[in-house]
Design a protein around this ligand. Structure first.
Ligand SMILES: [Zn+2]
Length: 247
């Protein structure tokens, strides 16, 4: 079993990317991925555009061929009442399993006032918060998350890209220091991931692709580094099931 905890569909107006449901399923078939947690590519900054892509992801979660779960991504600078309404719709009505902040795309420092509101929503709805880290320094430096982590020890936090190649030391430091921090090291080179495994073990690391062309690269990293089958299974799906409470 392999579950990808970071996949996108839609049209991204920040990073100029696009992916359809069909392309994602085709790639998962090609590489033997059983399912994934799917979040929006960043839409235009209108609530109806956010709702449209969340609805598309909800439709995808009904797919019979693969297992899909949704992750909400809402610009934290919407008025709090509007943010809350869409977050609650995604989690309570559409069955989504987590919320995302993309500091560079949302223009949101992860420990800012508007970000703190997102942390509070995650606490209230009992879902993990995934935060993009890496590209987009200084907002996306993993250390920017530390102040919020001190206030929210009860909110599970997944650092997407684990700081990426340049800043994975900081991400590993946070995962070592805070029990509720987990790493999703897509785009981190093998030596960075090896250091993570040495310092925090395989219990806190989650396989993800972020991009369909990156799937075989990410799989190769873990197969090269982890010889113990149980540890490999933890990274490939067992940790994801536990952390995101996947049914
Ligand atoms: Zn992404």
């Amino acid at each position: 079993m392999i579950i990808d905890v970071h996949a996108h569909i839609g049209v991204d107006v920040v990073f100029d990317e696009e992916l359809t449901e069909e392309q994602l399923i085709e790639a998962y078939n090609k590489y033997g991925i059983d399912g994934g947690i799917v979040q929006p590519y960043l839409p235009r900054i209108y609530m109806e555009d956010h709702m449209d892509i969340h609805d598309r992801i909800f439709q995808l979660t009904k797919n019979k061929e693969k297992k899909f779960w949704g992750m909400a991504s809402i610009n934290p600078h919407f008025r709090p009442e509007d943010y809350d309404k869409e977050a609650k719709r995604c989690i309570n009505e559409l069955g989504f399993v987590a919320i995302k902040i993309t500091p560079i795309g949302h223009a949101t420092h992860p420990s800012s006032k508007d970000a703190f509101h997102v942390w509070e929503v995650c606490r209230e709805l009992s879902v993990p918060l995934m935060i993009h880290t890496g590209a987009g320094i200084p907002f996306s430096d993993p250390i920017s998350v530390e102040k919020a982590l001190e206030s929210f020890p009860d909110v599970t936090c997944v650092l997407a890209h684990a700081g990426s190649e340049m800043h994975n030391q900081q991400a590993t430091y946070l995962a070592r220091k805070f029990e509720n921090v987990f790493l999703e090291p897509s785009w981190v080179g093998v030596l960075g991931v090896m250091n993570m495994i040495k310092q925090i073990g395989c219990e806190k690391i989650l396989f993800s692709s972020d991009n369909i062309y990156n799937i075989p690269v990410e799989l190769a990293k873990y197969k090269s580094l982890i010889s113990n089958q149980d540890n490999l299974e933890k990274v490939l799906y067992k940790n994801a099931v536990k952390i995101f409470n996947l049914k």
